[in-house]
Write a protein that binds this ligand. Structure first.
Ligand code: MLT
Length: 260
């Protein structure tokens, strides 16, 4: 039987039972998973994705009460903007070593941190973004069971930044893993959109894609347009730096914690 390779353009299209098999990659290019990779690469001890602002605040209080030696940072966005009273927003560039090294980051975002809640019964959950693309691919090359690429979308709708990355993973897995996959319809669409966006040698990975070239594609997405309207266009460039990092953050579905 061929291993399955599924793309879900929004979390509501994923069957949680299906996600229990194989490996899930959570994708929110603009910006949650890009930011999480930046945080772990900068030395954060852990990132805890929370669904709501209230859940995040409650967890921070509990951590402060039980352990006053660990630095706990509240982070996230609503409508792209930093949440009043929180330590950090959701811009990748905020997550520098001098800010987050050895800190536990409690993160709540509109879409990305919600997607992790759908994977609470999955076996293995990876955090994927263009900034750690090769690390994700390397792990997926070794997966002989199902691969599920779970795009966070934007408020329940598809957004092109996420599906472009999913399409790149599908294209590279097919070309380089030596395996044949059984693709769902969304995986085929994502792969074709990726190939339409970048001609060879860029689409095949033979030539690195310059950040400006990828950023031009990411700007042309629902999430990209929203960020530009919020005055945060530079975050798009930061999300377009392929393989800036080699780390592969993983989400433990039992504890709900992401570590490097
Ligand atoms: C999200 O997770 O909802 C997004 O990353 C929104 C954003 O911060 O741009």
């Amino acid at each position: 039987m061929l291993p399955r390779l599924n793309v879900y353009a929004v979390p509501s299209l994923a069957d949680p039972k299906e996600l229990e098999t194989g490996t899930v990659v959570v994708i929110d290019i603009l910006r949650a998973t890009t930011t999480i990779v930046h945080a772990i690469a900068a030395g954060a001890t852990a990132v805890v994705p929370c669904a709501s602002v209230e859940d995040a605040q409650r967890l921070a209080e509990i951590l402060h009460e039980t352990d006053d030696t660990t630095s706990v940072l509240l982070a996230g966005e609503r409508d792209c903007l930093p949440i009043p009273g929180f330590d950090l927003g959701n811009s990748p560039s905020e997550y520098r070593p001098e800010v987050v090294f050895r800190a536990v980051i409690i993160l709540t975002t509109t879409n990305g941190t919600q997607a992790f809640q759908v994977c609470r019964r999955a076996q293995r959950v990876l955090v994927g973004a263009f900034v750690n693309a090769s690390a994700v691919l390397k792990a997926l090359f070794e997966e002989s069971h199902a691969v599920h690429l779970l795009c966070s979308g934007i408020e329940g709708e598809f957004t092109r930044d996420d599906t472009l990355f999913a399409g790149m993973l599908v294209d590279h897995l097919e070309r380089k893993s030596g395996l044949r996959y059984e693709l769902n319809a969304q995986a085929i669409t994502a792969r074709e959109n990726w190939r339409a966006a970048f001609a060879p040698p860029y689409s095949s990975g033979a030539e690195p894609i310059p950040p400006e070239m990828l950023a031009a594609q990411l700007r042309n997405s629902a999430a990209g347009e929203k960020l530009i309207a919020a005055g945060m266009e530079s975050d798009i460039y930061d999300a377009a730096r392929i393989d800036l990092f080699t780390c592969l953050p993983t989400f433990d579905p039992t504890s709900g914690i992401i570590v490097g």
